[in-house]
Design a protein. Structure first.
Length: 266
């Protein structure tokens, strides 16, 4: 089981912001154009594409008014979502450094009353049932040792009718196989300390189904995020997160980039 302290320490480093920016997540690229945007633009595009895929309304009445970003990093998506919808957004992260940096960035943009941050565990979210209209989590679940509990917590804090958007790296879906191949299993075992329990997108979908969630959709955007990994984005950071291993798994097709969206019943 991964140590939450080790995960917190992994992200307790300014280098993440220096290399990735304030959005510590991957970017989306249009495969039908030869024009490649910068990484920041691609990161914004990923958020927009995920919101579109989740059918999140921009209507003044139906748009989300309370949002949570679970595993918020230093606050890029939380700030983006709050601005887009004029909503209040809470970012929660296991790393105190990330939370403090998120507050600094938010306050510098005059959003201290709209976007707040707090330290917390994604497996024990410090919120009451049914609190949020939009539950967002991007590339957080990959670090968690209990994906079933993680999904149940996302569902628990979602208000009736709320949209849940989960973006995460998964292992490839199994067709008629009972398990991954031996070399694939070895790849995931090598990365177990910081990436403790890998699941497929299909397994995530089944977890939401077991929570009686409706309108579940999933999509594989591995090819759309592949250009993001060109250059030095995968370099080792803080001696803990050797992203080169992850990148190798991605190039071999072992690691897939998945988006799952669904709605909590009214």
């Amino acid at each position: 089981m991964a140590s939450t302290t080790k995960i917190a320490n992994m992200y307790n480093d300014l280098a993440w912001e220096e290399i990735w920016g304030d959005h510590i997540h991957q970017g989306f690229y249009d495969l039908n154009t030869t024009t490649k945007p910068d990484r920041k633009t691609a990161q914004f595009r990923l958020i927009e594409e995920a919101l579109r895929f989740g059918n999140v309304s921009e209507d003044s009445v139906k748009k989300p008014k309370s949002i949570v970003d679970v595993g918020c990093g230093i606050g890029g998506p939380a700030i983006y979502l709050a601005k887009k919808y004029g909503a209040k957004c809470i970012g929660i992260d296991i790393t105190p450094y990330n939370v403090q940096r998120g507050r600094e960035i938010s306050n510098a943009q005059g959003l201290g009353d709209k976007v707040t941050f707090q330290v917390g565990d994604a497996l024990q979210l410090p919120f009451p049932n049914g609190k949020f209209d939009l539950v967002w989590s991007s590339e957080c679940g990959i670090h968690l040792p209990d994906k079933t509990k993680f999904v149940s917590e996302l569902v628990r804090i979602a208000a009736p009718g709320a949209t849940i958007i989960l973006i995460d790296s998964c292992h490839r879906d199994l067709a008629n196989e009972e398990s991954l191949k031996l070399d694939e299993e070895e790849f995931f075992l090598k990365n177990k300390s910081l990436l403790p329990e890998w699941v497929s997108c299909a397994q995530y979908v089944n977890m939401f189904k077991s929570n009686l969630i409706k309108d579940i959709k999933s999509v594989d955007w591995s090819e759309h995020v592949a250009p993001f990994w060109e250059g030095r984005i995968w370099e080792t950071i803080n001696g803990e997160g050797d992203l080169e291993e992850y990148n190798e798994g991605r190039k071999k097709g072992i690691v897939r980039f998945s988006v799952i969206t669904c709605q909590k019943p009214e």
